[in-house]
Design a protein around this ligand. Structure first.
Ligand code: BES
Ligand code: MN
Ligand code: ZN
Length: 455
């Protein structure tokens, strides 16, 4: 099981006091005739030694250093030197290292091993700073790696096995509720979503106690290990990538790992709502009426609006059993949010201005950016049902992200600070970008860790 926690990058990145290696990178922010655009490189070779100047550009942002790190990582992957050293120059070292560590990641475990071994890359910087950034990025890369695993490998049952091993390694308390226990408890919504699968639903609760006692921040993650749509089956074009419908929960694993390794003060509890949404003779159906853990009944309009169903029981469980200081949920909830914001920002619905502004600020700082969505009661109108307390989908496309968020909000008790992050767009990129290869990004890990540290 060890290798599922130690995610190997394409090359190792080590901390060093000395600048050494076959290749030496020099980061610079001085424009020259040859270094005109951000990311430009000048390579000079003499006596088997290569020196590379890397131009960071003149953008006055933190992200330019991450992008520069991403450039260097891409060069390492492409040229595979035996050893390399990095002179950070004027860079913000932390962010340069973030770009390197995220940029060095690739999902390669199902590919033939490369013939050459690259690296390591030694980075001249302070050890304590290096270790801290590495903890966070390793946690984010683990979230990415797990997100990439197909549904033939990660289903609600194998995920709960992983969670148990994870809890052991990181010293967390772990409780797993299987579908029997969930049914008995009255969590009819999460049970229904998983009932068409060979591996029915699980709820996984992971507790990091913190170093300062107090109420926990509770993180609720959507873990649909595959979203076929169920009987409201997705189209041929709509179904691929739906292994990524567990990205919200993978971010929660990453955050918990970083919290434990950094020994954060604040207690953090994760609630993972795991189910596989499949069509079958036993599946839940459109027109079914479910009773959720809250007691509210839900009429099913679309079995493809399953995320809000697993989450509403997770949110209720958190409020009934975990005494949260505040709740944040992470979910690849709506295609509408992906359409609205693309892969640039996550949508956020929030009942507490202080929580929102904290998350927003951490988003700007880490480049895991969010944008607030409205919470007017009008958005709940389309979910009124003649036969039940709520329906799970309006059947219309208008304001899809807001309507879905309002469904969740109707399970939040008055006065409970709550933020919902719809990461359907940001959780994975098919194109890749400056420091992300195509695929899962681990969005939410750096954002939340930054916010937690400031609490
Ligand atoms: N997992 C999807 C949302 C999604 C779509 C995430 C595309 C990432 C990319 C979610 O379960 C879903 O199917 N939502 C429906 C809701 C609708 C039936 C109300 C959607 O967005 O179409
Ligand atoms: Mn769906
Ligand atoms: Zn889904």
């Amino acid at each position: 099981m060890e290798e599922i926690f130690d995610i190997a990058n394409a090359f190792d990145i080590l901390q060093s006091e000395k600048l050494e290696g076959d290749v030496i990178f020099h980061v610079t922010d001085e424009k020259t005739a040859l270094l005109k655009n951000a990311g430009d490189m000048v390579v000079r070779t003499a006596d088997g030694q290569t020196a590379i100047d890397v131009y960071a550009g003149d953008e006055k942002t933190r992200d330019r250093w991450r992008k520069t790190g991403g450039k260097i990582a891409a060069w390492m992957k492409a040229h595979c030197p035996k050893s390399a050293g990095l002179d950070c120059g004027p860079a913000d070292r932390r962010e340069l290292l973030v770009g390197l560590l995220l940029g060095a990641y690739e999902f390669s475990k199902y590919k033939e091993a490369p013939k050459e071994v690259c690296g390591p890359l030694s980075v001249c910087m302070d050890k304590a700073e290096f270790d801290e950034v590495k903890i966070i990025c390793d946690a984010q890369n683990m979230a990415r790696e797990w997100a990439h695993e197909p549904a033939s490998v990660i289903n609600p049952w194998t995920l709960s096995d992983r969670a148990e091993a994870f809890a052991q390694v990181y010293g967390l308390n772990c409780t797993i509720l299987d579908d029997e226990q969930l049914r008995e408890m009255g969590a009819g919504a999460i049970v229904a979503v998983g009932q068409g699968s060979k591996t029915p639903s699980r709820m996984i609760i992971l507790e990091y106690p913190g170093t300062k006692p107090g109420k926990p921040v509770v993180l609720v993650g959507k873990a649909i290990t595959f979203d076929s749509g169920g009987l409201s089956l997705k189209t041929v074009a709509g179904m691929p990538t739906m292994k990524y419908d567990k990205c919200g929960a993978m971010a929660v694993f990453g955050i918990l790992r970083a919290a434990a390794c950094l020994k954060l003060e604040t207690p953090v509890t994760g609630v993972i709502c795991a189910a596989e949404n499949m069509p079958d003779g036993g599946s839940y159906r459109p027109d079914d009426i479910l009773t959720s853990l809250s007691g509210k009944t839900i009429e099913i309009r679309s079995t493809d609006a399953e995320g809000r169903l697993v989450l509403c029981d997770g949110l209720t469980y958190a409020q009934q059993h975990l005494d949260p200081r505040c709740i944040i949920d992470y979910a690849t909830l709506t295609g509408a949010c992906r359409v609205a914001f693309g892969t640039t920002r996550a949508g956020c619905m929030c009942t507490d201005d202080a929580v929102f502004s904290g998350l927003f600020a951490s988003g700007e700082k880490t480049q895991e950016r969010i944008w607030r969505l409205p919470t007017d009661e009008d958005y709940l109108e389309p979910l009124k049902s003649p036969d039940a307390d709520l329906k799970n989908s309006s059947g219309a496309r208008e304001a899809g992200a807001c309507v879905a968020g309002m469904f969740l909000k109707s399970f939040i008790h008055d006065g409970m600070p709550w933020a919902h992050l719809d990461i359907a767009g940001t959780a994975y990129h098919m194109e890749g970008s400056a420091y992300y290869v195509p695929g899962a990004t681990g969005f939410g890990v750096r954002l939340t860790v930054d916010w937690l540290r400031g609490l």
